[in-house]
Design a protein. Structure first.
Lengths: 287, 232
């Protein structure tokens, strides 16, 4: 095959559309025009993916070159980048080097999605699973990284039929086993909480023995102090991913809250939060 | 998509390369392709083996004035609008923009063989999605390329084609110089196209390189395919 014929074959392959034009009774002329533009979108997306990769790569290289100098921040501000943008691009770069064969997928992720999947609490296997399945929507990512099953409904007693329908493979059975295990753990925790509560009421004048979970304390604090977090995020609250939620809190407070979370003493943490709130005139909105 | 071949220096092979790239693109994409020229010699029709006298009624001037005119069919789905070389008057820019909008509806790829005459040069560059620079490998042409690159958006420059290469020490020196200039840019610098008797023979026969089975043309074909890939 001559080199031009090879190119011709490649172009034909590239222009194949998977859209079902027949179902929508789209005439041939319109179909051909749409396919042409569809091809153009894909071609330009490929270019965009490569550009995104190159931008992240260069930024990372400058961050290394200027690290010792302590001038990286001044440099990126000079070219008009913000701390948030740099953080996002560097996180995206981490994904590019961890999954060099998934450049288009990584380039198509939203900033929020990048932030979530580069969180240190998310293990590499989960990230690879997300990339393999091409999951891009933030809510789908959140579902997948949440400890509860991705194939099963959250409330098992809400819809037994749904569970039955969801189980089609041995993997799904494993997911169900995992879910049962989680529920058993949850029940165990509730029993322990009940026991602690009973004891607390019994000894209310004595030393406080009840220590609610980390997430509960954080949540109560957020509510009491008018810190707004979207309802969707409440579903994710658990000891291991509480930091993820705090990542949502805006630019200037993000680092501070991360530091606060490192503090083990709850009382001290609350003091830090109060100081932070005073500094922010009483309210922090994370959206 | 509009692709302009441009170099202010004459004789670098703009018209011949425009025809080769346009024909190659037509064969590869099977789309309708049009060639426009602002070179009143209209060599493209001769390179394609078409013998027609050009008068004002068939030229680009008429298209710009009236939005309509005659077309020369060079090959299947490959057309050419020549230029008669008369002086253009009136609101050339707006009329050309209207014309190009209409032509874009009809043709998937429009190649422009651009010479720095008739006030059209800047409008061509402005309207182009891609620019290709044919060049000689000598000091003056290399400097003029450097200046040209500085004056247009780098994203638009798709490729530089060193043409009529005689494999001299000086040419090799300037090729390396161009390589250095382009080292950090995303611009394809293709292998020089040699001055060759086979190409002269094809021109005499009015054939493009894609119509020849000569094995000696494989390297040139591959180089031009690289450029076509940059366009598509």
């Amino acid at each position: 095959m001559s080199s031009l014929s090879k190119l011709k074959a490649e172009i034909k392959e590239r222009y194949k559309s998977t859209f079902d034009f027949e179902t929508f009774e789209i005439d041939n002329d319109t179909k051909n025009e749409v396919i042409k533009r569809e091809a153009n979108i894909f071609k330009n997306f490929e270019k965009y993916s490569q550009s995104s990769y190159e931008i992240c790569k260069s930024l990372y290289e400058v961050s290394i070159l200027l690290k010792g100098e302590g001038s990286f921040m001044a440099w990126y501000q000079n070219i008009g980048l913000t701390k948030d943008k740099v953080s996002e691009l560097l996180k995206r770069w981490q994904l590019y080097i961890n999954m060099p064969d998934k450049i288009p997928y990584i380039a198509s992720l939203s900033n929020q999605a990048v932030k979530i999947i580069t969180n240190k609490n998310i293990d590499e296997t989960t990230v690879l699973k997300l990339a393999d399945k091409g999951i891009k929507k933030v809510e789908d990512i959140k579902k997948m990284i949440s400890p509860s099953s991705s194939v099963l409904p959250k409330e098992t007693n809400e819809n037994k039929n749904n569970i039955e329908k969801s189980i089609t493979s041995s993997n799904d059975l494993n997911e169900l086993k995992k879910l049962i295990k989680n529920k058993e753990l949850e029940l165990k925790n509730l029993k322990s909480l009940l026991a602690q509560k009973e004891k607390e009421i019994e000894n209310k004048d004595n030393l406080l023995l009840f220590k609610p979970s980390l997430a509960t304390v954080e949540l109560l604090f957020l509510r009491e102090n008018n810190i707004h977090i979207d309802l969707d995020d409440y579903d994710l609250i658990s000891d291991f991913n509480i930091e993820l939620i705090f990542d949502e809190i805006k630019e200037n407070t993000e680092q501070v809250i991360k530091l606060i979370l490192r503090e083990n003493n709850i009382e001290k943490r609350n003091q830090h939060y109060k100081a932070l709130l005073e500094e922010k005139n009483g309210t922090i909105n994370c959206k | 998509m509009i692709i302009t071949l441009k170099n202010n220096k004459g004789g670098v092979g703009k018209s011949w390369l425009t025809l080769q790239l346009a024909h190659g693109t037509q064969i590869a994409t099977e789309e309708k392709v049009l060639i426009l020229t602002s070179d009143s010699q209209n060599n493209i029709k001769d390179f394609a083996g078409i013998n027609i006298e050009i008068n004002e009624a068939t030229g680009l001037e008429t298209w710009i004035k009236k939005g309509d005119g005659d077309l020369i069919r060079l090959r299947d789905n490959l057309y050419f609008i020549p230029i008669a070389g008369t002086h253009l008057r009136g609101d050339i820019k707006n009329n050309f923009l209207k014309l190009i909008t209409e032509l874009k509806k009809e043709y998937s790829y429009i190649f422009i063989d651009s010479t720095p005459v008739m006030k059209l040069d800047d409008i061509f560059i402005e309207q182009s999605d891609g620019i290709i620079i044919p060049t000689f490998l000598d000091g003056i042409t290399t400097t003029s390329i450097e200046n040209f690159i500085k004056s247009v958006s780098l994203n638009k420059i798709k490729a530089i084609i060193p043409n009529r290469f005689n494999n001299t020490k000086k040419e090799k020196f300037y090729y390396e110089g161009l390589k250095n200039i382009l080292a950090d840019e995303n611009i394809e610098l293709i292998s020089p196209i040699p001055q060759s008797a086979i190409l002269g023979d094809l021109i005499d026969k009015g054939k493009t390189i894609w119509e020849s089975e000569n094995k000696k043309l494989e390297d040139i074909k591959n180089s031009l395919i690289k450029v076509i890939r940059e366009i598509l």
